[in-house]
Design a protein around this ligand. Structure first.
Ligand SMILES: O=c1ccn([C@H]2C[C@H](O)[C@@H](CO)O2)c(=O)[nH]1
Ligand SMILES: [Zn+2]
Length: 143
């Protein structure tokens, strides 16, 4: 991905952080999910008084996109920090990595971890989720 495209996703993820509903952890996260067709779906984390119903920013973005008919994705950018101030990379939790595994090609799907427009790193889903279990594992094969 070009630097300018990455920086655009970072700006969208940063904007989304301000929509985070995180009254319990105070850790605000924004995500910007890029489809193969070039559209961007943004998401924030949404917490809950009962804690377990909380949803991460990444899954909010995926579920918005999938519910609009999207199925192919090329990248996601994540920015997070206490009280909306990003000081280090926020990497997706295990549950979100598993959701990515459902819809993305592990070798080519890019995960952009960003602190700001100048400080980011790009990894593949395979790097963050080696030996992941996905739809391919349920394919029946000829013996
Ligand atoms: O990659 C991450 C990591 C954490 N969170 C959320 C979940 C919870 O609301 C808060 C603290 O874990 O941050 C995300 O949305 N994405
Ligand atoms: Zn998560």
């Amino acid at each position: 991905m070009k630097r300018e495209e990455i920086q655009r996703l970072i700006r969208i993820a940063e904007e989304q952080m301000s929509h985070a509903y995180a009254p319990y952890s105070h850790f605000q996260v924004g995500a910007a999910l890029l489809t193969a067709g070039g559209k961007v779906y943004a998401g924030c984390n949404i917490e809950n008084a009962a804690y377990t119903p909380s949803n991460c920013a990444e899954r909010t973005a995926f579920f918005k996109a999938v519910s609009e008919g999207e199925r192919k994705f090329s990248a996601i950018c994540i920015v997070g920090g206490m009280n909306g101030i990003a000081v280090e990379y926020t990497a997706p939790c295990g549950v979100c990595r598993q959701v990515m595994m459902e819809f993305c090609q592990p070798e080519t799907f890019q995960i952009i971890l960003a602190v700001d427009e100048e400080n980011y790193k790009v990894c593949s889903l395979r790097e963050l989720f080696p030996f992941g279990f996905g739809p391919d594992n349920l394919q029946e094969r000829d013996e």
